[in-house]
Write a protein that binds this ligand. Structure first.
Ligand SMILES: NC(=O)c1ccc[n+]([C@@H]2O[C@H](COP(=O)([O-])OP(=O)(O)OC[C@H]3O[C@@H](n4cnc5c(N)ncnc54)[C@H](O)[C@@H]3O)[C@@H](O)[C@H]2O)c1
Length: 424
């Protein structure tokens, strides 16, 4: 069988062809104004922050909810002001600097959108949950094991307080991925025994240091190239594909062993490529590979082999069994970047707020586990990062920390000085 979907022809056709995602629109009644208003604040007014706020507003239109931007924060005044002007945020609600997020939490915002570099996420999330805010936070959500554990703890507190947390691993809100995940969970390809997840692409942007830059300013402007800010690209970018592996298999891996290197980078201290074997137990291994080098073969995808078939992450699924699996209609209005906001707000309205903190923290930590293995040349176990306090990896925090930025004690690492496997 080329597919397992039997309830509706349209789904059959899509599954068999691995074709484009159909849009299942919620009945038009959903778009009627509900009179509901969500007040929204944004922390981190860069590219994704701008996108996330627009996606949130589009989701509000779809649900018939008014989205009112009430506060913005950014380290840099010009970025915060530009966003405030676009969305008519009052000047007294424009917060600047590393502690601006604290002022945001004092406002009447219902939902806080977080799109700073990832090293700030645990601190900002804790503040938001303590202040009783629902959160949309961009991935990844930490850069080191202590940070990932803080996010899990904040997620548990959010659950107790009835607060929603949705993360920007948007594949979880993408209909084609959800259909395959549902089919796999219902036995379509048996048990997953292996696979490959990839993010191989060209180089992203970098900023060179200007004479006037302080250490903190340089690191923030060039955050995508310092592992202390981004987690390295295995965490910052490849987390999307690793998240799909954890999702489809149903749990994070037991251990990682891998390697990587730096060949072409110009600034910062990241590697250019990683190759990691994630051992999920029961004989299941997933090869994760990611590269950011221009002029090389590019591919971004996920592929899994099961005992009874095989599947791409969001494409063709082939089954060798004859199970008939009913696939629900997974909504995807406006694409996954909008759908994730729709799902968050709908869940709040329904009184059952989504809480994705643990699963995105675990996917972030999986990527961190791979990075630590590549940087040190060691085998790294999941329990070394989650429970074994005697492990040298358990409490290893990357510095400068988010708190160092806030207290003004930032010393930037030297450019081009990297981890040496076997010596770390
Ligand atoms: N889901 C996706 O597909 C996707 C795509 C792109 C980026 N992202 C994620 O979004 C986040 C932001 O990425 P971006 O591309 O928008 O980066 P960016 O550099 O364009 O924007 C980051 C903004 O945050 C501000 N900032 C930095 N530290 C801050 C702090 N402590 N407090 C307040 N503001 C602060 C910066 O000044 C900047 O304006 C990252 O975590 C990134 O991985 C996700």
């Amino acid at each position: 069988m080329d597919h397992v979907f039997s309830r509706r022809d349209v789904i059959k056709a899509v599954a068999a062809a691995g074709a484009a995602v159909p849009v299942f629109s919620i009945p038009s009644a959903a778009a009627r104004p509900t009179g509901k208003v969500f007040k929204v604040a944004l922390v981190g007014c860069g590219g994704r922050g701008r996108g996330a706020l627009k996606n949130c507003i589009d989701a509000g239109k779809h649900l018939g909810i008014t989205i009112r931007p009430v506060a913005v924060a950014d380290v840099f005044a010009d970025r915060a002001s530009k966003m405030a002007t676009t969305y008519s945020v009052l000047p007294e609600r424009v917060f600047v600097g590393f502690s601006g997020y604290r002022d945001v939490m004092e406002t009447e915002a219902d939902i806080v959108l977080m799109a700073t570099p990832p090293n700030f996420r645990p601190l900002h999330l804790e503040a938001a949950i303590n202040a009783g805010k629902h959160v949309f936070m961009e991935k990844p959500v930490a850069v080191d094991p202590p940070g990932a554990r803080r996010v899990i703890a904040a997620g548990e507190l959010a659950a107790k307080k009835g607060l929603g947390i949705v993360a920007g691993t948007q594949r979880r809100h993408q209909a084609a991925y959800r259909r395959n995940a549902h089919a796999i969970a219902n036995g379509a390809i048996g048990q997953i025994v292996g696979g490959t997840v990839l993010w191989c692409s060209g180089r992203l942007w970098y900023r060179e240091r200007r004479p006037q830059d302080s250490d903190a300013e340089y690191m923030v402007r060039n955050w995508l190239n310092f592992n202390e800010m981004s987690g390295d690209h295995i965490v910052e970018q490849h987390v999307h594909n690793i998240d799909v592996a954890n999702w489809f298999i149903g749990h994070p891996p037991n251990m990682a062993i891998g390697f990587g290197g730096r060949a072409r980078r110009i600034t910062g201290n990241q590697f250019d490529f990683f190759s990691i074997d994630f051992d999920y137990g029961d004989g299941c291994h997933i090869h994760s590979m990611c590269r950011q080098v221009n002029g090389c073969y590019t591919r971004v995808s996920e592929f899994f082999t099961g005992t009874e078939g095989q599947t791409w992450g969001n494409g063709r699924l082939k089954s060798t069994n004859d199970k008939e699996i009913e696939i629900p209609e997974f909504p995807e209005h406006g694409g996954p970047y909008v759908q994730e906001h729709t799902d968050l707000m709908q869940s709040i309205l329904d009184g059952k707020p989504l809480n994705e903190a643990r699963r995105v923290a675990e996917s972030t930590l999986t990527a961190i586990m791979g990075r630590i293995s590549a940087y040190t040349g060691q085998l790294v176990r999941w329990r070394d990062l989650t429970e074994n306090k005697k492990s040298p990896f358990y409490s290893r925090a990357l510095t400068p920390t988010a708190e160092d930025f806030e207290s003004g004690s930032v010393k930037a690492p030297e450019d081009d000085v990297i981890w040496t496997p076997g010596k770390a």
